[in-house]
Design a protein around this ligand. Structure first.
Ligand SMILES: *Cc1c(COP(=O)(O)O)cnc(C)c1O
Length: 343
């Protein structure tokens, strides 16, 4: 079989959630937008629910409806993008809780679904989603009268602990929620690690659950093993791959492995990427193709049958570094072609 296998360690995922939940002053929710960061919504959601997660966040109402079908009645499912036009049926039928981002969303929600649960998202400086201070000041009494399930905001720089933006946003959130009698939430994974003053009633970890930075103590969740299709000897002066970007300077053995940029192994990684044969590091050579990658296995005592890109020897963040990106982008780029194995 030439399909690469992506193993997802559900026990490690659950342990990461339990640790973050134990670290939280209040409770930990679970953020499972974008198909649970590319790892597969149904299995991830079920494992987290089994571990005790009762509150889930998704980006859009459609994801919320898919999640409701998996989890059934009970857990709270909140939607960051709020109540968009045409979301009303999904929000009602799937029992979703939109985080309302503006006066328009609030009026739409109160009018379309009176009495239906909602939360409020405030902008404390990131300028992405949520009501700004002046808008909130005008709507606050009306919103509170309808008893929001949560008032939340999001930190822009939480992965940089000494960034002044963190304290600034904390102050802004504290000011905007002064005297408010509703559960509060500010921290995602990075915010949890900033300290308990950032925690409030509910924290919203995503990447930390899936083993990514900035949660350095996370247990790795993803293992990506790629089969070798063919191995060949390449003589001095011969080239490998598209555009002849790599030339053998000494007699080499080159393995062609069965995955490529269509599987989320970004083409830009080419020049820097390594894989592992057991504990030996082996470099990518030449351009990364859509479905194949050349790897120099000259130094190995034995021809490998498969090579590991992400796993015990190399984290998802190390792999992200090959393309100067972040673990989040690598996880959410993992393609549909892998055989996902839940262990
Ligand atoms: C994605 C997201 C989260 C989760 O963030 P992580 O950094 O993955 O923990 C939390 N809150 C909001 C608003 C988000 O968009």
């Amino acid at each position: 079989m030439a399909v690469a296998s992506l193993s997802i360690d559900l026990a490690a995922l659950s342990e990461n959630w339990r640790h973050l939940n134990a670290l939280a002053q209040g409770k930990a929710a679970a953020v499972i937008k974008a198909d649970a960061y590319g790892l597969g919504l149904p299995r991830v959601a079920k494992a987290l629910a089994k571990s005790g997660a009762r509150s889930f966040f998704v980006a859009v109402a459609e994801e919320g409806a898919a999640l409701r079908a998996v989890l059934g009645k009970g857990p709270q499912i909140s939607v960051f993008s709020g109540h968009m036009s045409q979301d009303t049926d999904l929000i009602r039928d799937a029992g979703l809780t939109p985080m309302l981002n503006s006066i328009d969303q609030m009026l739409r929600h109160f009018e379309a679904l009176p009495g239906h649960p909602f939360g409020i998202q405030l902008d404390t400086g990131m300028n992405r989603l949520g009501m700004e201070a002046a808008e909130w000041a005008a709507l606050r009494d009306l919103a509170l009268e309808h008893k929001p399930t949560l008032i939340m905001s999001h930190l822009a720089c939480a992965d940089t602990p000494d960034h002044p933006m963190n304290a600034q946003q904390l102050q802004c959130f504290t000011d905007m929620t002064q005297g408010v009698d509703a559960p509060l939430s500010l921290a995602a994974t990075g915010g949890i690690l900033l300290g308990s003053e950032y925690h409030f009633d509910l924290v919203r970890p995503g990447i930390g659950l899936y083993g990514g930075l900035p949660y350095v103590d996370a247990r790795p969740v993803v293992l990506l093993d790629i089969p070798v299709i063919q191995i060949r000897d390449v003589a001095v002066g011969e080239t490998v791959g598209y555009s002849n970007t790599w030339t053998a300077r000494s007699p080499s053995r080159i393995a062609t492995i069965s995955a490529g940029y269509a599987d989320g192994i970004l083409r830009g990684m080419g020049a820097n990427a390594h894989l592992y044969a057991k504990s030996s590091s082996v470099p990518v050579v030449g351009r990364i193709s859509m479905d194949m990658i050349g790897v120099d296995v000259t130094g190995l005592a034995q021809d490998p049958e498969h090579l590991e890109l992400i796993g015990a020897h190399q984290s998802v963040d190390t792999v992200a570094g090959f393309a100067d990106t972040i673990g989040y982008e690598i996880l959410t780029s993992l393609g549909a072609r892998y055989k996902r194995v839940y262990i």
